[in-house]
Design a protein around this ligand. Structure first.
Ligand SMILES: Nc1nc2c(ncn2[C@@H]2O[C@H](COP(=O)(O)OP(=O)(O)OP(=O)(O)O)[C@@H](O)[C@H]2O)c(=O)[nH]1
Ligand SMILES: [K+]
Ligand SMILES: [Mg+2]
Length: 433
């Protein structure tokens, strides 16, 4: 059923109305308001909002299953469904009170093909994976593409969906397989003198090179993950230096109160920004000082707490109250006690009175980005196994480390069966993908 008008405001009520309109199973099979579909083995009649949630001009609600004809009858007050596959304008009413809820277009798809049922969330993608059409990293890329909110996120997701990340891990996996095969051949046949000694050196060389590449990939500063999830940037600094003014400038609206009195901001204020395609969650915080006022003290505590979660600190200082020497700036920055290891951008504000940002990189340049902690975890385990390769000199143990390393790589792309990994990855998919 395609429905419009007042139902925008009455979505919740619609859901309740449809619940009461669905008769018990056993009626004529069919689908109202969408493509043909049944309900699998249970015989239930199901319904869902098929257009995106939120405010919109037109919404599509789909009901499917043996009770669909009854749903249409009770919602439209007509004796039967409209002619098949033809849009009909109907008054939509509450089945109990007969009160008109809206007017909308209704479409009826009678009958069902035997065995046809609505897809589970992610089922189309899961089938594509099962048929070898895409690997897990590509499926994850597809999911990220659906959820991408900024241009850079979209580009990164598309690159992953097209298999760049999967190909990189596959290449490593092939190198490992080859090294393992050589090592196993050496273990099995070296006594017959069929396998040369230098095989071992070659295997060790491959493992060393791979380990180096893998460590480089892991050391990317989480740029892919940051781009995927958004960089948490926190504006911090002494009171009254212009932190809230900076937030307002960056989000181009007066989101935060600005005033000449020190200690204006108390609560942490967060805004989501799209800066040149890169997602940023920007927080404004209370000025850091030993406050006498208990409310301001709580604000400073919250500011410190937020600082600890930052991916990036925008440390704001008043340019008129600090001398521009590296030592003085360094001391002023250290006095704010930013979390160790978190990159800081020093912002010298109020420069008018006197007279480099950390981005996520271009997702299309260099290596495809590590986009998930799941990938880092398996790559870390893979690197650890490679680092153990050859330790102790036992060839069988060395081969086992290669097998472990390969299994970890395989878990990323899904080339090693791991039911629980599959379940996690596919369960969040949208219906219809
Ligand atoms: N001249 C000048 N004044 C500025 C600038 N930025 C902010 N101000 C002024 O400085 C005062 C403090 O600005 P806020 O943005 O409230 O500073 P804050 O760091 O958020 O202050 P607290 O929340 O109290 O810690 C206001 O009167 C601003 O108008 C600037 O670049 N130049
Ligand atoms: K202020
Ligand atoms: Mg402020």
């Amino acid at each position: 059923m395609a429905l419009s008008g007042a139902m925008r405001a009455a979505r919740g009520r619609w859901a309740r109305t449809l619940s009461s309109a669905v008769p018990p199973a056993g009626g004529t099979g069919g689908t109202a308001g969408g493509t043909a579909g049944g309900t699998g083995g249970t015989g239930d009649t199901i319904f869902a909002l098929s257009s995106a949630p939120g405010r919109c001009g037109v919404a599509v609600i789909r009901a499917s299953g043996p009770g669909s004809a009854g749903v249409l009858r009770s919602l439209t007050g007509t004796p039967g469904p409209p002619p098949p596959r033809v849009l009909a304008l109907r008054r939509i009413r509450d089945p109990q009170s007969a009160e008109t809820l809206d007017r909308g277009l209704v479409v009826w798809f009678p009958g069902r093909l035997p065995g046809l049922r609505p897809a589970e969330p992610g089922e189309f993608t899961r089938r594509a994976f099962a048929h070898g059409k895409l690997d897990l990293t590509a499926a994850e890329g597809l999911r990220d593409l659906i959820g991408a909110e900024t241009e850079a996120q979209r580009r990164q997701a598309l690159r992953q969906m097209e298999g760049d990340l999967g190909r990189l891990y596959q290449r490593w996996s092939h190198a490992l397989t080859q090294a393992l095969a050589h090592l196993e051949a050496y273990i099995d046949f070296s006594e017959d003198d069929n396998v040369e000694e230098e095989v071992l050196a070659r295997v060790a060389g491959t493992v060393r090179a791979l380990l180096q590449e893998l460590r480089g990939h892991l050391r990317d500063g989480r740029r892919g993950e940051l781009l995927r999830g958004g960089v948490r940037a926190v504006i911090a600094g002494p009171p009254n230096v212009g932190k809230s003014s900076l937030l307002n400038l960056l989000c181009r609206r007066p989101a935060a109160i600005v005033s000449p009195s020190a200690g204006t901001t108390r609560d942490v204020l967060e805004v989501a920004l799209d800066i040149g395609g890169y997602p940023l969650l920007l927080s404004d915080t209370a000025g850091l000082r030993r406050a006498a006022d208990p409310v301001e003290r709580e604000g400073v505590r919250r500011a410190r707490q937020r600082l600890c979660q930052a991916d990036l600190v925008l440390a704001v200082l008043d340019a008129t109250s600090v001398s521009p020497t590296p030592a003085a700036l360094g001391a002023a920055l250290a006095a704010l006690e930013p979390p160790p290891g978190t990159p800081c951008v020093l912002v010298l504000n109020k420069a008018d009175l006197l007279g480099g940002p950390r981005g996520c990189g271009d997702p299309l340049s260099g290596w495809p980005s590590l986009t998930r902690s799941r990938h880092s975890r398996h790559l870390g385990a893979c690197a650890a196994a490679l680092a153990r390769f050859g330790a102790g000199g036992d060839l069988a143990l060395a081969a086992e480390q290669l097998r472990l390393a390969r299994r970890e790589l395989g878990r990323i792309t899904g080339h090693v069966g791991a039911q629980e990994v599959l379940d996690i990855i596919f369960r969040d998919f949208c219906v219809g993908k």
